[in-house]
Design a protein around this ligand. Sequence first.
Ligand SMILES: [Zn+2]
Length: 251
Amino acid sequence: MMKQGNLMYIQAKNTPKNISIKTSTRNGGFSTAPYDSLNMGYFTGDDVTTVIKNYYLYENITNTHKIVTLNQVHGNDIIEVNHNNAAEVLFSKADGLFTDEYNLPLGVITADCLPVMIAGEKCISSLHCGWRSLNGGIIDNAFKLFQKHNDKVIYAYIGAGICNKCYEVKDDLINQLVEKYKPAECLTKKDDEHYLLDMKKLATNALMFNGLHIDNIEVSSHSSCCNKELYSYRLENGKTGRMVTTIVKNK
Ligand SMILES: [Zn+2]
């Protein structure tokens, strides 16, 4: 955890050269309860001008300027973004971003869902991964874009999200999980109807399904649910703020 004044953020450790990945925390912003205080989600019910102030502060302190984010919809669409279309792409309904450009931070907004950030030798991608997007193949779609750009994925980061002790799901969800990501490895049975789902493991399996070696996958130990410095949608019954996780390729 990095600290500058009252503002704290998490930084990925094993990123390739020139790649920077950061996640904001709740600390050091302007939003009031239940969004207190560094809410980075525009579509949460929080005052929008306050969210803009939070971004202004966070971008300046972390030197991560003009973060592109989406209006996330739990789908599997990924948008290719560059400096020319970034304004147009901003707030589009989709769950993934992809770019081959420098100094263009791609952002994922979460409070329990996983930010999955992927780096190739040339390109980067940011994915908002709830179970629906993961299960719907958003990670496969990202790998197809790297392939389209003749790039090879060298690293992935699974950021702060809900942990394997807090994400209880019912068998109606389990029955929808596709076999290719080996969901059986990610489930712990609680009783006849309830299971615990390990989302970080499911995302890891989806990355490995696409050929990425486990040694090239960094999994954050931070849990949105168990860490009081992070927002948890589940714990706070949907009335809360969001973190932003960014990936940027610096020149
Ligand atoms: Zn937890």
